[in-house]
Each structure stands twice: as structure tokens, then as C-alpha cells.
Write a protein that binds this ligand. Structure first.
Ligand code: FAD
Ligand code: THG
Length: 824
């Protein structure tokens, strides 16, 4: 954008105000914020939020958003750092608080596990007999949402921004695929209509987002839900003197409750009630003072009141008063929505943002607008992360409700939502069911973790192992089996959604041949006369090779951060098939494609089987005329042909690090392909648990987990995919001078990811992916560490549920460094 663009922000809630401040602070001062309500208690969610800010979140980005919000609002004087306390009343929650402490430590928030006595010291009304312990974060606290909005607005106004009350946006003006302004209704003496011109419009309309989005033809995937909040009458026993600012904000997640003090009263919020969706057209009639407040339904609150009294017996002395059913936004996955409309340039959203993350989100969006990139990794929050199949009103409603219900649940990192499922199924789904597949979900796809049909393989593996150990006494033999399977190195938590069958599938892949359903892998066609030049400009490696070539390459953002890693297969002079990581890649390619280059999502209409293992050639060669010899079909090349009756595109690529091919065909022929390969009697079916173990042994990164836009290719160990002798997006910003590195750790226990890594008592990094390496017989954890601690042999500790797990940096790859298994 040249010069100073004219911006209109729709909504003067805490998000709109924070954004006006962040933008004007970066020199974009031509900012107009319009709100249908009065300023600054506009009637939106911010007007009612009790403003609790708990910073700790499984997501690094969300935690950083919250920490920035705390810092900023503390400076602005609208935040009280009373601390945050989460109490456990069940052993499961108590254990989970240990996990939470790990996230806080990984993401740089100071927090401690405290015993029941300390909990009662912090919150004297707690029943000491109920509480097992707590997690205390001294820097958490209370944001006065309206005041924070107002103070940020004041700074923005000083720099030239305008805030217009009683301006209701009724339409989004556009021309030639670009936004040009908003049409507003102005209510003053009378009613007036006019257009506010703009180069950029940001929708920060809170739970009205879907309505404003619709004016621009955009689906804003959030559901407005009512949530209950009430205050007690005065409590004589509240010791003001001890904590003049109030006691810490308190969570009782085992009962879906949170608490704060309001002077001598206690505020109680509940997520325990039934989901109460509010349709967009039911939102408080225009002109009502507080559209975000619905009538309080006591019968929904009563069970929560009883739970509150049980935790805080002193509440018996009083009752609840002035309750509300307050409305705010829930998205299908709980993350906010940040980004630009795919089809309308200049129309942005900052939606479904809590007070907790408001300043952080605003900063990130301001960076995106002004610099073209944010210092934060926004992939979890990107507006365009959802698949088309995840944008139906029915899906948004069902997942929004599930997120409300699960908001305080202990959620395992692999645990999918229960409904709506199944959504997307590959053509092999029927067969996978018949094989006893244990399904989890990703991007809407049902993905088998392992197959119960492989239990005999497991039994066979155990028999072989016992035979290998026949010289040992019987007792020792028994003891040696569990560790061999990677079962003894995991606790009950790491054993969830896992089975030792994965060990058998993993060994069968390394020794025989296995079929892996790669259908969920995003496939994008890039075609047209400028396709080669376009991909050459957008990615880091040289993709302008002969038709039939396949190249591993990276997408970078303008700051050199890794946006994705891709395989680019050149099918013909002007046609490429890109193997990608998700919808964000489709969005990125579509957005950057010049006229004449078509970008198309092939995923739903096609499918893919990875046929991998030393016997892959023996399996496929008899079924095809394609020459599958090592010389006839080189590593990282592709060919079109037939496998029996099935037309396929075959790509000699393997994310598990074995000989083999990815075989692509159209959805209609998918089942035929599976059955044809299966009928040979050679392969087994492999699931994602084995897959993940195999790829970690090879050191193949998983984008979004191992590396994100926060990291450059050299830090991520992907410098080999960068060609410095060509021009590409993000290349100018790249530096090989690095201070941190992604490295493999070998440890004694299987961890899950996101755990802090310590060295000499100091937190030095965090784990990304982890698995048991069945071939190398060691638990593997990839981790980010400072460069001075990245040398193989360095000893560190992983903190797992507060327990110290010793680990050692290893050289990579951990398996087949000479590539002998792949290139033969
Ligand atoms: P809003 O504050 O709703 O602002 C959106 C603005 O857009 C409104 O002012 C509205 O008038 C305006 N607008 C909409 N449509 C138009 C239009 N067509 N034209 C012009 N203007 C328009 N979060 C926490 O972090 N901690 C908590 O403890 C917490 N507790 C909560 C308790 C309750 C009872 C509720 C209701 C919410 C709570 N939240 C909490 C959530 C939090 O309040 C919201 O997520 C946050 O305030 C949203 O801010 P916003 O600026 O996006 O939306
Ligand atoms: N298959 C295909 N496309 C993909 C993936 C895939 N795109 C997204 C994601 N997975 C990309 N990730 C990888 C990671 C590693 C490799 C392939 C895809 C890989 N790397 C080799 C190595 O690092 O040794 C070869 C690299 C090279 O020769 O340049 O195989 O699974 N279609």
C-alpha cells in the first residue's frame, strides 16, 4: 500500500479501539472507527466483560497475545494484576495443572503449582477440604474492558483517528475486487445515510461479525452464544484489607466456573449451562442499549450456584443478583479470526477475540497491515484456515456449541471433537473401517491412527522379540517386550489414542510394505503460461526443472519466515501439482497468482495412497507398465500411467523415509486402487501413529508444529531447500546468522509436545513433535533450543507434567542418514 491508506474500523469495542491505537502508533493515522452504539460502553460484549485475563494457553501465540495485553493494559492503568488461580478438585485436573504449568513455562509466563493451603491463603473463602491444589500466575488479572478501550481510543484520537458513535454500517462498498468504503446510517437528530470512503476496512464487530461479513460476501465462521454471569450480594467476611485490589481471579474448571471479586461481592461466570445460541437476527433490536445482554435464565444458573456454594461455603450467607446472559463469539476451533477476505482485497476481520487477547491480536493485525507480516505466528488464527466443508452454517453452529461445552475440559492433544463426525472421508474409508481403524480427525478428514486388524502382526512381533531374547531368563524376557513396543515409555496420558499396534505397523513398513492413506494431504494445481515463473518467484528452491521433476521447496513470508513446506511436481511445461499443508497454502497461492495462472484445489476430487517399504517395488511393478526400477523412476520424480485399471500419477516421494511411491488418482477410482494393491496380499495398512514415528526418525518436519512463520529456514534445518542464487519472496530478509535451532532429542519417556526444555535449571526451549521411534528404539522429541545448546551430546531435561525427563541432543537424521533405504 502506498502513502497513508484510509482505514475504517467497524466496531469500537475493545478490539476496534486496540487496533486504532496500534495502527496510528505505526503511522497509519487516517483511521475512522464507526460504531452503531454510544462510545465507549457501546453495548457490545466488551461492555459486559468482567475482564478476567488468564494468560496460559496451549497455544504459544495465544499466550503471547495475552501477555502483551497484560503488559499494555498495565501501562495504560486499566489492568489490576491481582493474579490468577486455577484450583483442582479432582486428581485428573490436578495432573492437568502440571501440564498447564508446562505451557506457561514454555511460552514465558511465570506460574507455580501451589498446595491447598496456599490456595486458601490466596482465596480465603475456598473450602480447604475441596481443593487438591492450584496453579497460580501472579501476573494474571483484571482488565477494565471499557476503560482499556477508551484509553487506547484516546491515544489514537491524539494521533488523528476519529471515533463516530451511532454510525451503523449497512453495506460494504466495493469495486473491481477491492473494498472502497462502508455505507452507514447515522442517527442523530434525524437519520442520515452516507458512505465513508476507505482503502481498508477492518471488521471488529464482535459477535455481529457474520452480519457485517455477509455485507462483503464473506462467511465469518463464528457462533454467538449467551454465557451466564452473575454477582452475589455483599459478603461481610471479605477481607478487603488483606487484598485491597481484590483476590486473584479464580477458576474452578471441574465445574465450568470462574470467579472474581467486585468489592465485597463475588462475580460468578458459568460455562456449565446448555449452549444458548443467538441467531444474528435475534441480536438485541437496533437501538436497544445493551444488545449483548439477554434476559437472565435462573433455572440455567441454579446448578452452578450450588457448585459455587460447595467450593465457597461462605456464599451461603447471600444469593446471586443482577445476572445476565451475555453474548459473545465462539469459533469452530476456539481460535480467533484474523485476516483478509479471500475474494475482496482490503476487507479484513479481527473477530472472536477475547478481552484477554485483544491488544495482542490488534498488534498482530496492525503489523500485518503495515508491514505485510506479523512477528507472531498467526496460522492457528488465520481467517482462511477453514476448509470449504467447514464453513456451512450447520458446521459452524455445531462446532461453536461443542467449543462452548468443552471450553474448560481437559482435552488431550490428539482428541478430536465428537460431532459433527464423520465429515470428510477418503474413498478407502469403508476398507479402513473393515480393518478396525481407530479414527481421529484433521482438517475435517477421518484419519486412522492404527488398525485393529494388525493385532496379529503385533502378536507376531512380540513372538519374534521373545525368540531374539531366548537366552534371557523368562522374567527378563517378559520385561523387555513392553519397552520394545514403546509402551513402557509412556504414561497413561501418552497412551491415550495410541496402541502398541503402531509398533507392528512401523516395523512392517520398514521391513515389508504398507499402504498409507495420504488423501488428506492438500493438493493444489497451479497451471497456465506463467505457472513456472510464478512458483519460481514464490518458493525458495528451483522448481523450474524438466516435466516429471518433483522438488521440495518452501513458501516464505516477506520477513523470511516459513509459511509452508511443499513438494512441487512439474506435470508438464505449464502444469504443476503442489503437495501442501492446508488451506492457508491454497489461499496464499491464490492471492499471489498473476492473471493467466489458475490455482485449483484438487484435494476433494482426488485421493492418494503412499505405498512405502522395501517391498514397494515388488508390490506395484507387476501391476503397471511404468518402469519402477531405480534408474527408470528416479527419487523425487513423477510419472503418469496405470496401476491395473486405475489411472495414476505416481510420485517417488516418501514422508516415512522408505522406498516407494505416492499414487494419486481421482476419487471415483480410489477404492479400485486400494483393492487392487490389497489383492496382491503383500501390504498391510498403516495408520498415523506409525506414520508420525517414522517421519520423526527421518527428521521430516511437520509445518505448523515443528516450524512456523516465526522461524526462518536455516533455524528450522531446511537451508538445503533454499537457493540463494535466485530471487524469491522473502529472500531479501533471510539471514544464515541464527541464534536458535530445531534439533532432535532422545529421551527416556514419550512426551506429547509443547513441554518446556531446561538446561542447568533454566528454561531454554520447548518441544514441538514427539513420538517413540520404533526402529531406533528411543523416544524422540524435536525441540527448539538456543544455538549454543544445539550440539549433539548436550544434556537437557524435558519437564513433563512437572516431572523431569532427561534427554540428549542427537545428530539427525536419526535413521538412515545415508539414504540407502530410499535410493535403491
Ligand atoms: P464488542 O465489544 O462486541 O464490539 C463490537 C462492536 O461492533 C460493538 O460495539 C458493536 O456495536 C459494533 N458493531 C457491530 N455491528 C456494527 C455495525 N453494523 N455498524 C457499526 N458498529 C457495529 N473475555 C475475556 O477475555 N475475559 C472474560 O472474563 C470475559 N468474560 C465475558 C463475560 C461475558 C458475560 C461476556 C458477554 C463476554 C466475556 N468475554 C470475556 C468475552 C469478551 O467480552 C469479548 O470477546 C470481547 O469483548 C469482544 O470484543 P470486540 O471488540 O470484538 O466486540
Ligand atoms: N508428500 C507430498 N507433498 C507434501 C508432503 C508429502 N507436502 C507437504 C509436506 N508433506 C511436505 N513435507 C515433506 C518433508 C520432507 C520430504 C517431503 C515432504 C522429503 N524430504 C527429503 C529429505 O529431506 O531428505 C528429500 C528432500 C530433497 O531431496 O530435496 O522427502 O508427504 N507429495
Amino acid at each position: 500500500m502506498v502513502g497513508r491508506p484510509r482505514l475504517v474500523i467497524v466496531g469500537a469495542g475493545i478490539v476496534g479501539c486496540a487496533l486504532a491505537d496500534e495502527l496510528t502508533g505505526r503511522g497509519w493515522t487516517d483511521v475512522t472507527v464507526v460504531d452503531q452504539g454510544p462510545l465507549f460502553a457501546t453495548g457490545g460484549s466488551s461492555s459486559h466483560a468482567p475482564g478476567l485475563v488468564f494468560q496460559t494457553n496451549p497455544s504459544k501465540t495465544m499466550t503471547e497475545f495475552a501477555s502483551y495485553t497484560v503488559r499494555k493494559y498495565t501501562e495504560l492503568g486499566c489492568f489490576r494484576q491481582v493474579g490468577g488461580l486455577e484450583v483442582a478438585t479432582t486428581p485428573e485436573r490436578w495432573a492437568d495443572l502440571g501440564r498447564k504449568q508446562g505451557w506457561a513455562e514454555s511460552w514465558g509466563v511465570e506460574g507455580r503449582l501451589v498446595d491447598a493451603d496456599r490456595c486458601v491463603e490466596l482465596w480465603p473463602l475456598l473450602d480447604p477440604g475441596k481443593v487438591l491444589g492450584g496453579f497460580h500466575v501472579p501476573t494474571d488479572g483484571l482488565a477494565a474492558a471499557v476503560a482499556c478501550g477508551e484509553r487506547q481510543a484516546a491515544r489514537a484520537i491524539e494521533r488523528g483517528a476519529r471515533f463516530l458513535a451511532h454510525h451503523t454500517v449497512l453495506g460494504v462498498e466495493q469495486s473491481g475486487g477491492r473494498v472502497t468504503g462502508v455505507a452507514v446510517e447515522v442517527r442523530g437528530e434525524g437519520v442520515e445515510y452516507r458512505v465513508v470512503p476507505a482503502d481498508v476496512v477492518v471488521c471488529a464487530a464482535g459477535f455481529w461479525g457474520p452480519t457485517v461479513g455477509a455485507m462483503a460476501g464473506l462467511t465469518v465462521p463464528l457462533l454467538s452464544l449467551a454465557h451466564q454471569y452473575a454477582r452475589t450480594g455483599p459478603l461481610p467476611g471479605r477481607a478487603e484489607a488483606a487484598a485491597p485490589d481484590g483476590w486473584p481471579i479464580l477458576r474452578h474448571q471441574d465445574r465450568d466456573l470462574y470467579f472474581r471479586t467486585h468489592g465485597d461481592r463475588i462475580g460468578i461466570g458459568s460455562y456449565a449451562h446448555r449452549p444458548m445460541p443467538v441467531a444474528q437476527h435475534e441480536i438485541g433490536p437496533k437501538g436497544t442499549v445493551m444488545p449483548s445482554v439477554q434476559a437472565f435464565t435462573e433455572e440455567d444458573f441454579d446448578p452452578s450456584w450450588r457448585d459455587a456454594v460447595e467450593l465457597l461455603p461462605a456464599l451461603k450467607q447471600t444469593h446471586y443478583e443482577d445476572g445476565i446472559n451475555g453474548v459473545f463469539s465462539f469459533t469452530p476451533d476456539g481460535f480467533p479470526l484474523i485476516g483478509e477476505a479471500p475474494h475482496l482485497d482490503g476487507f479484513w476481520v479481527a473477530e472472536a477475540v477475547w478481552v484477554t487477547h485483544s491488544a495482542g491480536v490488534a498488534r498482530a493485525l496492525a503489523e500485518l497491515l503495515v508491514d505485510g507480516r506479523s512477528g507472531s505466528d498467526l496460522h492457528e488464527c488465520d481467517l482462511n484456515r477453514f476448509e470449504k466443508a467447514q464453513l456451512s452454517p450447520a458446521f459452524i453452529e455445531e462446532r461453536g456449541k461443542r467449543n462452548f461445552v468443552e471450553v474448560y475440559d481437559v482435552i488431550h492433544p490428539l482428541q478430536p471433537m465428537e460431532s459433527p463426525r464423520p465429515m470428510r472421508t477418503s474413498p478407502f474409508y469403508q476398507r479402513q473401517r473393515e480393518l478396525g481403524g481407530y479414527f481421529l480427525e484433521a482438517a475435517g478428514w477421518e484419519r486412522p491412527q492404527w488398525f485393529e486388524a494388525n493385532v496379529p502382526l503385533l502378536e507376531d512381533l512380540v513372538r519374534r522379540r521373545r525368540t531374539d531374547l531366548r537366552d534371557l531368563p523368562e522374567e527378563a524376557r517378559g520385561m523387555a517386550v513392553e519397552p520394545f513396543l514403546g509402551a513402557a515409555q509412556r504414561d497413561a496420558w501418552a497412551s491415550r489414542h495410541w496402541s502398541p499396534v503402531a509398533a507392528a505397523e512401523s516395523h512392517a513398513t520398514r521391513e515389508g510394505v504398507a499402504l498409507y492413506d495420504m488423501t488428506p494431504l492438500k493438493r493444489i494445481e497451479v497451471a497456465g503460461p506463467g505457472a513456472a515463473a510464478f512458483l519460481q518467484h514464490l518458493t525458495t528452491n528451483n522448481v523450474d526443472k524438466k516435466p516429471g521433476s518433483v522438488t521440495y521447496t518452501l513458501l516464505l513470508d516477506p520477513g523470511g519466515g516459513v509459511r509452508s513446506d511443499l513438494t512441487v511436481a512439474r506435470l508438464s511445461e505449464d502444469r504443476f501439482q503442489v503437495g501442501a499443508n492446508g488451506n492457508l497454502d491454497l489461499d496464499w497461492l491464490t492471492r499471489h497468482a498473476p492473471g493467466g495462472v489458475q490455482v485449483r484445489d484438487l484435494t476433494p476430487g482426488t485421493c492418494c495412497i503412499g505405498v512405502w517399504g522395501p517391498r514397494a517395488r515388488e508390490l506395484v511393478q507387476p501391476l503397471t507398465d511404468m518402469d519402477l526400477s531405480h534408474e527408470g523412476f528416479r527419487y523425487f520424480t513423477c510419472k503418469s500411467g496405470y496401476v491395473a485399471q486405475v489411472p495414476v500419477l505416481a510420485m517417488r516421494v516418501s514422508y516415512v523415509g522408505e522406498l516407494g511411491w505416492e499414487l494419486y488418482t481421482t476419487a471415483d477410482m480410489g477404492l479400485k486402487l486400494w483393492d487392487t494393491l490389497w489383492a496382491t496380499g503383500l501390504p498391510i495398512a498403516g495408520g498415523r501413529a506409525a506414520f508420525n514415528s517414522l517421519r520423526l526418525e527421518k527428521g521430516y518436519r511437520l509445518w505448523g508444529v515443528d516450524m512456523t512463520p516465526e522461524h526462518n529456514p536455516y533455524e528450522a534445518g531446511l537451508g538445503f531447500a533454499v537457493r540463494r542464487d535466485k530471487d524469491f519472496l522473502g529472500g531479501d530478509a533471510l539471514s544464515e546468522d541464527i541464534t536458535r535451532k530445531l534439533v532432535p532429542l532422545l529421551s527416556t519417556e514419550v512426551v506429547m509436545g509443547r513441554e518446556p526444555v531446561r538446561h542447568a535449571g533454566r528454561t531454554v526451549g520447548y518441544v514441538t513433535s514427539a513420538a517413540y521411534g520404533h526402529t531406533i528404539q528411543r523416544p524422540i522429541a524435536y525441540a527448539w533450543l538456543p544455538i549454543e545448546l544445539s550440539a549433539p551430546g548436550t544434556h537437557v531435561d524435558i519437564s513433563y507434567f512437572g516431572r523431569r525427563v532427561p534427554a540428549e541432543v542427537a545428530a539427525e537424521p536419526l535413521f538412515d542418514p545415508g539414504m540407502e533405504k530410499i535410493k535403491r
